[in-house]
Design a protein around this ligand. Structure first.
Ligand code: GLY
Length: 321
């Protein structure tokens, strides 16, 4: 009898150590801004939706096969970085001197570990470098040529900056220079948040920043707490917006903090934070997942490329308001 009790106690302990709920979810964005149906052809709309779906499906299948949310987020963002459609990686906008300068960050919610890079010019997938900083350096944030030296020390291949320059982005830069406006406030960025079967949340964000940027300008994306935040006890957030305002409002952490300290829902917390961004004069959006698998895709612009997929079959891909 005593042996039987011990046996059940051991089974109970093993079960609670291996607490899986088998539910998972993933959400992506491809940037927010002046995205109007009137300015979009059917072909363009189809191309954006297909790429978002492809990216979502890659992350989803990793989660479905018991993979970790950090792997799902990195793989999903890589698909978007490799596409010319979005302002990140291959599709990055150009700075004033006709170069690409990319920023990225990633954070895991089980251990609050984080990695970020900024001013990257020669790495194909900045999100992978951000993850390397998180997992294989004693630092959180590396920048410029130093970050690329670190990349080389970890076996990354450097590629020439000209590989990132597309005609589309070159034309945008020329148009902005003609208009003599300082910068372009279309907030292209890509991001992903995922929760895996173990309840671990990861968030990641990647961008080329702002067209015509000067002086090594850096936005919110590589700033942990502004562009990216993850905490298993609250939520994961990835931002897209006018970086200066997202930094000043510490957007991603502000949403998590409202859940932690004020017991707000992720939906209301995101609304409050985006309202504060707007009151200061900024705009943009956020995606997120809380620890109970509630998903948000909220924005105060005309549109945001976005989509999600949950293990219960619930899914959507949307662009406009
Ligand atoms: N949110 C992207 C940037 O401002 O650089």
């Amino acid at each position: 009898m005593k042996l039987l009790v011990y046996y059940f106690l051991i089974i109970l302990t093993l079960n609670s150590c291996n607490k899986k709920n088998n539910h998972f979810a993933i959400v992506v964005h491809g940037g927010a801004g002046t995205i109007l149906k009137d300015n979009m052809t059917n072909e363009m709309e189809k191309a954006y939706k297909q790429k978002l779906e492809e990216a979502l499906n890659v992350g989803y299948s990793i989660l479905k096969q018991n993979g970790k949310s950090v792997d799902a987020v990195e793989a999903t963002i890589k698909i978007l970085e490799d596409s010319e459609l979005f302002n990140a990686g291959k599709g990055s906008v150009l700075s004033n001197n006709e170069e690409v300068e990319m920023d990225a960050s990633i954070m895991t919610g089980d251990n609050l570990n984080a990695g970020a890079v900024s001013g990257i010019k020669k790495i194909k997938n900045p999100i992978t470098l951000a993850r390397k900083v998180m997992e294989e350096s004693e630092h959180v944030f590396l920048s410029g040529s130093g970050a690329e030296d670190f990349a080389v020390s970890k076996g990354f291949k450097l590629i020439d900056n000209s590989n990132f320059i597309t005609n589309n982005r070159l034309n945008s830069l020329k148009n902005i220079k003609k208009r003599e406006s300082n910068t372009d406030n279309k907030f292209g960025t890509v991001g992903c948040v995922a929760i895996d079967k173990n309840g671990n949340i990861t968030s990641g964000t990647s961008t080329g920043g702002m067209t015509n940027k000067k002086w090594n300008r850096i936005g919110d994306v590589p700033i942990i707490g502004a562009g990216t935040y993850a905490n298993n006890q609250t939520c994961g957030i990835s931002s897209t917006g006018w970086g200066e305002y997202f930094i000043r409002n510490v957007v991603a952490y502000d949403i998590s903090a409202q859940i932690e300290y004020n017991k707000k829902s992720i939906k209301n917390a995101a609304k409050n934070t985006l309202k504060k961004v707007k009151e200061l004069g900024g705009s943009g959006g956020v995606i997120g997942i809380d620890k109970n698998l509630n998903i948000i895709m909220d924005f105060n612009t005309e549109g945001m490329y976005r989509g999600y997929k949950k293990s219960n079959g619930d899914t959507a891909i949307e662009i406009y308001k």
